[in-house]
Design a protein around this ligand. Structure first.
Ligand code: HEM
Length: 284
C-alpha cells in the first residue's frame, strides 16, 4: 500500500490530513515568495530566519495542542494529524538552521564555534537536536521497538525542549518580545490543561480557569522581562495591560484564544456519547 501523507491508515484520502498538509506549506511558500519579490530586503536572510523560527515555534505549539483539542471538541480523528504537524515543525527548524548556515557563508567551523560560544544558539541547537530525535522516533515502528512506556517518557521531553525554544526566541527578539510572550502564555495554557486533565478536570469551567491563570502568568512574565532587560518599571507594563487605549497585549490574546475553547468544550461535551450509550456500545 502506498503511504502518502494525506492518506489514512487504510490508504484512503483523508480530507483532514490533506488540508493540514497543504496548510503546513503556506508560511514557508509565503516567505519564499516575499524573498523572491524583494519584500524581505534589506536583509532577506535575517528576515527569513525570523519568519521560519517564529513559524517553527507556532507549529510546534499547535502540535502539542492537538491532543487537548481532540478531547475539547471531542474529535478523536484529530490525532491523525499530530505526527504530520510535529514533522512540519521540524522541517521549518531544519530550514531555519540551514538559513543560519547560509548566513554564515557555509563556514561550518564558524557555525560550530558560534553555537558553542553563544548561549542563545547553544540552547537553540540542543532543542533542534532533541526535536530531531523525537521526529525520527515518532513512527509506529519506534513505538514498538522502544515500548510505549519508554517512548512516552522520551516524547514528554518535548515540554523541556519547548522551554529552550521559547528562551531562544526571547533572547533573539531585539526590543519587542510580544511574540515570545504570547508563545509563553500558550505554553502555560498547555501546562494548565495537562495538570487539570490529569485530575480529570476537563470541563468548560476548568478551561476558563486555565485561560485566566495563563493570561495572568503571561502579564507577569512580560513585566518581569521588560523590568529585567530594559529597566522599564514592571508596574508600567502591568498598567499597559489594563489601559483600554493600548493595543491588545499578548496576555489579552492568550485570554481570548483560551476562552474561545470554552464554547468549543461545551460543543464537544454535547457531541461525546453519553456514558450510558458508551456502556451499551461496549457490552453490545
Ligand atoms: C542550531 C539551532 C538554531 C540556530 C543556529 C538559530 C539561529 C537563529 C538566529 C540567528 C535568529 C535571529 C534572526 C534575527 O536576527 O531575527 C533566530 C531567531 C529565532 N529562532 Fe532560532 N536558531 C536555532 C534553533 C531554533 C529553535 C529550535 C527554535 C524553536 C522553534 C528557534 C526559534 C526562533 C525564533 C522564534 C526566532 C525569532 C525571534 C524573533 O526575532 O522574534 N530557533 N534563530
Amino acid at each position: 500500500m502506498l503511504l502518502l501523507p494525506w492518506n489514512d491508515r487504510k490508504g484512503r484520502l483523508s480530507p483532514l490530513k490533506l488540508g493540514v498538509f497543504i496548510w503546513l506549506f503556506i508560511p514557508g511558500l509565503w516567505t519564499a515568495w516575499q524573498w523572491q519579490q524583494g519584500d524581505l530586503d534589506p536583509k532577506p536572510v535575517t528576515e527569513a530566519l525570523h519568519q521560519t523560527g517564529a513559524w517553527a515555534l507556532r507549529i510546534l505549539l499547535f502540535s502539542l495542542a492537538i491532543s487537548p483539542l481532540r478531547t475539547i471538541v471531542h474529535w478523536p480523528r484529530l490525532i491523525d494529524v499530530r505526527r504530520m504537524v510535529g514533522v512540519g515543525a521540524l522541517a521549518y527548524l531544519v530550514i531555519h538552521f540551514g538559513l543560519y548556515i547560509y548566513d554564515q557563508k557555509l563556514d561550518l567551523f564558524r557555525v560550530a564555534s558560534e553555537i558553542v560560544l553563544r548561549f542563545y544558539l547553544t540552547i537553540g541547537f540542543i532543542a533542534l537536536v532533541g526535536i530531531t530525535a523525537l521526529g525520527v522516533t515518532s513512527t509506529d515502528g519506534w513505538v514498538q521497538r522502544m515500548g510505549s512506556v519508554n517512548w512516552n517518557r522520551l516524547h514528554r521531553t518535548i515540554y523541556w525542549l519547548l522551554i529552550f525554544c521559547v528562551v531562544h526566541a526571547f533572547l533573539q527578539s531585539k526590543v519587542d518580545v510580544s511574540e515570545p510572550v504570547l508563545d509563553t502564555g500558550l505554553f502555560f495554557g498547555l501546562m494548565g490543561w495537562r495538570y487539570l486533565s490529569a485530575r480529570n478536570m476537563k470541563g468548560p469551567l476548568a478551561l476558563a480557569g486555565i485561560a485566566v491563570g495563563a493570561s495572568i502568568a503571561t502579564v507577569l512574565v512580560e513585566a518581569a522581562w521588560y523590568a529585567g532587560k530594559t529597566g522599564v518599571p514592571w508596574t508600567r507594563v502591568l498598567a499597559a495591560n489594563f489601559d483600554p487605549d493600548m493595543a491588545m497585549r499578548p496576555a489579552h490574546w492568550v485570554l481570548v484564544m483560551l476562552l474561545a475553547l470554552v464554547p468549543l468544550r461545551m460543543f464537544g461535551q454535547r457531541r461525546a456519547p453519553a456514558p450510558r450509550k458508551v456502556l451499551k456500545a461496549r457490552t453490545a
